[in-house]
Ligand binder design. Sequence first.
Ligand SMILES: Cc1cc2nc3c(=O)[nH]c(=O)nc-3n(C[C@H](O)[C@H](O)[C@H](O)COP(=O)(O)O)c2cc1C
Ligand SMILES: CC(C)CC(=O)C(=O)O
Length: 388
Amino acid sequence: MLREQGPRGVAATARPLACAADYAAAARAALPPDVWDYVDGGAGDELTLAANLAAFRRRAVRPRVLVDVAHRDTRTRVLGTDLAAPLAVAPMAYHRLVHPDGESGTARAAAAEGLLTVASTFASQTVEEIAAAAPGRVWFQLYCFRDRGLTADLVGRAQAAGCTALVLTGDAPLMGRRERDIRRGFVLPGDIEPANLRGLPGSGLAGGGLAGGGLAAGGLPGGRDLAAATRELLDPALTWDAVGWLAESSPLPLVIKGVMTAEDAVLAREAGAAAVIVSNHGGRQLDGAPATLDALAEVCDGAAGDIEVYLDGGVRRGLDVLKAVALGARLVLTGRPVLWGLAVAGEHGAREVLRLLKEELDLAMALSGRPSLARLGLDTLAPAEGDT
Ligand SMILES: Cc1cc2nc3c(=O)[nH]c(=O)nc-3n(C[C@H](O)[C@H](O)[C@H](O)COP(=O)(O)O)c2cc1C
Ligand SMILES: CC(C)CC(=O)C(=O)O
């Protein structure tokens, strides 16, 4: 069990860290304020960020009693990967911003808990390094670049490295307006770089690229904000055609991240996706998008049982995982809590956070009288306020 640390690892109190929120407090104390705000913040008024959390709190569980819960089974299988629980690490850029263990540490932590990690295109370590840290337990998140050659190259690298699925992010044609980052003047520190793009020709980064100095020069010496760099790289004209192109050009199962409506779930099905992630990017893109838990039912309708439906956004407790599974999610991803754990104690901290979430899920299944995932269904939850 980890204990709360003060800044720079000096023990401030001997308080054990009991839940993800405790890790958030400890991470906040340990991280530079601009890095904390980059991780913690959302777009605009942060309405969607708050909505994600509120939606989980609003839903109550209908407990069944006198059920034999002596044995609980949280195991599942998702796109060919056996998981100890229906839980994974959402793709997040630049883990080394919070700890030198970086994405490899996160991937090892998830694998040690029998889970999987989605590695970001904008990881601070290469997809090869991350996949090697957790063989068979890494998926690759793809941002589609204006340069399709570069995009295809990344897809080929992810596959060769052993990633077992591709996750195409669809909700970021431009980067959301993150006002905390604007106020702080947040730029990447010089020693953190998008390692997958290092030295790549055709990336549009050479000579005054992502942060003004080019990548081959060894990192990103600051000076350009992420939104400007993202605008240069990512293709805002991306359409469902690209999904068809990817589905045809790679044998890996394709997951579309950022699907929030039944209409788009239908299009994902038609384009050949294996699954969709109900996601609003943790409230970092369209402020005003609904909470993911509230969008889950309509996306499940659109998926019509033909493709799998996953969810991320606001998952802070094992109980949240239970609620999302009850409403139809086959896999639930968590983002910020893993970075909190990583910030507090590197790989070990990330593992502790994931272990806590799994333990909480197991306990919630026992106390709600639903010892298997198959028993989690619509009858598990009381109607949300406002439902008829
Ligand atoms: C610091 C940070 C970086 C992120 N980077 C990416 C990314 O590179 N690609 C992506 O598809 N989503 C990215 N996301 C969004 C997450 O994948 C996920 O949708 C979101 O964090 C889930 O919400 P949660 O943090 O409340 O669990 C990022 C989120 C955070 C907090
Ligand atoms: C570099 C960014 C595009 C990564 C991201 O998706 C995010 O910060 O939410």
